[in-house]
Design a protein around this ligand. Structure first.
Ligand code: GLP
Length: 241
């Protein structure tokens, strides 16, 4: 693991955006594994700015997102598709038909998970996987569990994740209880993983994930076994390390 210390959120965002920009510049056909949450917003802002200045071109890139809430259509204000459109896709030239997210309206979870895994496979996996991290060290929506889930799967969200994500909804009752999430196989098979973290509420997750035992109770700890992981964390997120 390469740990890059950032001063604060803005510094983390700039450093992460530079790595993604380098990836797309060196290989315009890159398959980007993208993430939602408040952490990557600053990173996406830089990518949009550089695209708008003509410094970046996403015209040949592919994006495959980590997860989506079950029961929300792509038009729902809190759906991850809508988040990606508002924060990135609507402002860059990544082709709409090459920006993939799970379909939260698909009620047949077996079918939807198989479809999503096929998409990942057809693109020969992910070149650069961007990850945030949950307070309980979840990545994507891979929640603490008794074993690591391999493929795309339907997840029952933990109380802590529901509580953390309530801030985006009117109240806790509105937060979907289930989600589709890419599994650990696609994440671990990504050629490079870039995990970003900011703020004191991520300090325990960062310490447990990268300085503790590898266990499915700490989902991000599996990244200790990946041979090309870059962690960019700010001082507050590294406070316990
Ligand atoms: C959500 C997402 C994760 C994200 C995490 C942290 O549950 N499924 O992909 O990394 O929350 O979010 P934030 O960056 O807002 O702290």
């Amino acid at each position: 693991m390469r740990l890059i210390r950032a001063k604060n959120y803005d510094d983390m965002s700039l450093k992460a955006a530079n790595i993604i920009a380098a990836q797309v510049s060196l290989n315009p056909k890159s398959v980007l594994g993208l993430a939602t949450g408040s952490t990557p917003i600053g990173t996406y802002r830089h990518l949009v700015e550089w695209y708008q200045k003509g410094e970046l071109d996403f015209g040949k890139a592919v994006s495959i997102n980590l997860d989506e809430y079950c029961g929300l259509s792509g038009e729902h204000p809190q759906s991850y598709r809508r988040f990606m459109r508002e924060n990135l896709f609507d402002h860059i030239n990544i082709p709409a038909d090459r920006s993939f997210l799970p379909d939260g309206t698909q009620t047949d979870s077996v079918l939807e998970c198989a479809r999503y895994d096929r998409i990942i496979e057809e693109h020969n996996g992910i070149d650069l996987q961007l990850l945030g991290i949950g307070r309980n060290a979840h990545i994507g929506f891979n929640e603490p569990d008794s074993c690591f889930a391999c493929g795309t799967h339907q997840v029952i969200l933990t109380e802590s994740t529901i509580a953390a994500n309530t801030r985006f909804f009117e109240d806790e009752a509105q937060v979907p209880r289930k989600a589709y999430s890419m599994g650990m196989q696609a994440i671990m098979q990504a050629k490079r993983v870039l995990l970003i973290a900011s703020g004191a509420d991520k300090a325990e997750a960062i310490r447990n994930s990268f300085f503790g035992p590898v266990t499915p109770q700490v989902p991000a700890s599996i990244l200790q076994l990946h041979r090309d992981v870059i962690v960019i964390a700010d001082e507050a997120a590294l406070a316990d390390c």
